[in-house]
Design a protein around this ligand. Sequence first.
Ligand SMILES: [Fe+2]
Length: 264
Amino acid sequence: MIENNVDTAFFHSWFRNYVKSFYTEDPKIQQNIRLKEEHTLRVCKEILRLGKALNLNKNALRLAETIALFHDIGRFEQFKTYGTFNDRMSENHATLGLKVLKATNILSRLTKTEQTIVYNAIEDHNVRKVPDNADEISEQHSKLIRDADKLDIWYVVTNYYTERHRHRNPALELELPDTPEYSLCFIDDILNNRVSNSHYLKTFNDMKLLQLGWIFDINFTPTFLYIQERRIIEKIITALPDTDDIRKIHNHLKKYLENRISEL
Ligand SMILES: [Fe+2]
């Protein structure tokens, strides 16, 4: 067990140094490097909280934390090279992350099986749907990182939507135009309990709708409870225009969440 803690501490210190190598005097870049650094550290906490709520053993928790620590490791290189977090305008940050991990061989102190689980979970953390050919342990870890990651993105964006008038960050808007419009396909997806395809994003409002629809991709009951406690749905809805469509999806999402929680 002591060994395990040493591993996690070692990984954390490697991560800190790695990220520091991207620090710059340019405040616009620095802000976004720090954004992903802080996001990563919060996702580590989210995944541990979720894992404990699910009664995972120490070893599974250690592996989950390692995945959380490295899941966005490609973001730093991505922002440095392309100046954007938009994968479609640059490259897939999960694939980029795997390249970084493999080139540095940082995971070599894990067993081969553990390395495969970490690589798979990182590779799958941003795909629209987890492939169902994975073994049970890999699948569980992919699901954990996906829930923990979404919880923190919701935290980041809901804060951003209330602070935005004071301080804008185009990287957090995927450079999408902020017009009153939204695309009806995103409304339709929500009413049919479907996660939307980011390919169809046209406006900043579409992005908010896409983020609401992630609720249909949540895997564990404690995550639904966190969504309710933190009032995620309400906070995103407030940032959208007040129309019949939006009121309709608000009701739909509220009912969906209540149902998922009552399954407890
Ligand atoms: Fe992330």
